[in-house]
Design a protein around this ligand. Structure first.
Ligand SMILES: CC(C)(COP(=O)(O)OP(=O)(O)OC[C@H]1O[C@@H](n2cnc3c(N)ncnc32)[C@H](O)[C@@H]1OP(=O)(O)O)[C@@H](O)C(=O)NCCC(=O)NCCS
Length: 166
């Protein structure tokens, strides 16, 4: 299995695997919106490719902490029958490496407090990043990258499709 950037021809297979991973269609709608948005970053839409079969996908798009640039990660999805085989881990690690290579300062996400701390994510408020929705609590997490400027703080804003795809 290799992690690589998505290609235009991958889109139908990516949307099908996200539909399989998330039984409700919210994430598929969100992903379509992100693909079409100005906040889409080609280097940060990654697939796990196993000899031509796509096992997983992750997208990370432009977000903001106040007026400072940041990134919002998600959705991430792995084919249900290929979960717990390290695909999600490989996608997460590749995203962090790629974002660092791009000189990005931070990544923010909403997710399981059991899963993401292993990749260096911690509750966002511990980094001074406020949640768009206080009810998310400690599930709203952030990871500082090499270019993070200490003291950056403020409210996080996701790419607009996150606000319209729910
Ligand atoms: C979440 C997801 C991307 C993880 O990918 P994966 O390839 O199964 O993960 P890995 O094989 O790298 O890691 C598996 C480990 O993560 C844990 N894990 C995976 N998803 C988890 C979750 N939602 N909550 C807590 N732990 C989770 C597994 O229990 C396993 O733990 P172990 O290492 O102690 O055995 C995948 O399970 C998935 O697509 N889920 C459905 C969609 C989803 O919920 N996306 C995330 C929304 S925030």
């Amino acid at each position: 299995m290799k992690i690589r950037r998505e290609r235009a021809e991958d889109r139908p297979e990516i949307l099908a695997l996200v539909a399989a991973a998330f039984p409700e269609s919210v994430e598929v709608r969100l992903l379509r919106g992100l693909f079409a948005s100005r906040e889409y970053i080609p280097e940060l839409s990654l697939v796990a490719d196993d000899g031509g079969e796509l096992l997983g996908h992750v997208i990370t798009t432009r977000g903001w902490i106040g007026k400072s640039k940041s990134l919002g990660l998600g959705p991430i999805a792995v084919l249900p029958e290929r979960k717990k085989q390290g695909v999600g881990t490989a996608l997460m690690r590749a995203t962090i490496t790629a974002a660092n290579t791009l000189g990005e300062p931070s990544i923010v996400l909403l997710g399981s407090t059991e899963y993401y701390p292993r990749f260096g994510f911690a509750p966002a408020d511990s980094l001074g990043i406020n949640s768009p929705d206080p009810s998310w609590g400690s599930h709203f997490m952030a990871r500082a990258l090499d270019a993070f400027v200490p003291g950056t703080h403020g409210q996080f804003a996701y790419a607009p499709p996150f606000n319209t795809s729910g």
